[in-house]
Design a protein around this ligand. Sequence first.
Ligand code: GLY
Ligand code: MN
Length: 451
Amino acid sequence: MTLVTPALTCFQTRRTQLLAWMQSLGGGIAIVPTAVERTRNRDNHYSYRHDSDFYYLSGFAEAQAWLVLIAGDTNQSILFCEGKNPEVEIWNGVRWGPEAAAAHFGFDLAHDLLDLHTRIPELLVGHRNLFSTLSRSAQPDLLKQLQDWLTKAQTSVRDTRALPQQWLDLSEVLGEMRLIKDATELATMRAAAAISAQGHVRAMQTARPGLHEYALEAELLYHFRKQGAQSVAYDSIVAAGANACVLHHRAGNAIMRDGDLVLIDAGCELDGYASDITRTFPANGRFSGPQRALYEIVLAAQQGAQAKTSPAHHWNAGHEAAVQILTQGLLDEGLLKGTLAEALESGAYRRFYMHRTGHWLGMDVHDVGGYRSPPASDQERPWRELQPGMVLTIEPGLYVRPADDLAEKFWNIGIRIEDDAIVTATGCELITRGVPVAADEIEALMRAGQT
Ligand code: GLY
Ligand code: MN
């Protein structure tokens, strides 16, 4: 995948920040792999996607590479990447090669990947701490690989105290760094969001009874790629009728019928950054009464959560607001019994709303960063306060599966509304509103598409 690299200094700045953090822990060596290429079948590979942590620090999108950072008397950043190979490049495309990569991406050194297993054991000598993305690596054998290199290094030293004594995980510190997006990242995310929103518009305007779910998936893909997005950020969910009550239903063979709602949860990935939008609309262009009633509840819940998405609130405030509004709506429509306090206390609403109201968004669609104040592993910590530059989704929903104790008019209605929000100094900016969300506006858009 060829990426448009933003100003390369941002990757160097991140390496410098991480090296400073390593120095604060006594220094050491960090080893960060990118993702491996994976076989799909026989000679055929899955479309390659770099590892997000690796790319965040390097800007380097080729497969097989490793980044080594040394926080010692002087700091050093070293790339290992595939060497130039004219024969292979005829088949698979031009590679940077170590020399050009070092110059272009600002590494102090770069080596051919062929030297990885001799050079890394040498580089390990003299460092007390070994840092890596231990709990979040896209390299399946990372721990074994690190151990193998240490074992090899032991043969070259008299005193094994010359080798790292401590293994430290980079996942949390990188999660903290990635949680606050810089201006370049936000610009890319706005662009990704705009492409995705227009893809949803195209799908809505194409939709009509008799089409298959996969036909709308094709419209989305066509638009994403035509606008320059390299990929989807995740497999597109296109769910007609009862399928909308399956939260991660992949676009399949189902036919949209007159009277069905269609739920599309889809977003493109642009230059390494995800977007994530869900819209729900009637296949025939007109919400029925029960569909509209539940739709308005979900939309109100989204507005309630949006109002709590600001630096004045913590991460969970939006979810709490959405749950209150959804639960009151379920009571008003007779889908729940009792009082609001009882339904909240018992968790009865979870029968219809079983997921959370959002997640961090960034290089990964479910992006990294703790939802509680660090350390993330401690579940007793308070919810994290929102800060400008954080990006999250706001995505309440309601899903009514058929059951004898529920009014039949609501059966098989599945609704989710999802937008992407950048936290600002005073509130949040929804960056995905290039596709309408109000029921009347959706109906008007679909009418316009049918003419
Ligand atoms: N859009 C897919 C998800 O958030 O799980
Ligand atoms: Mn989402």
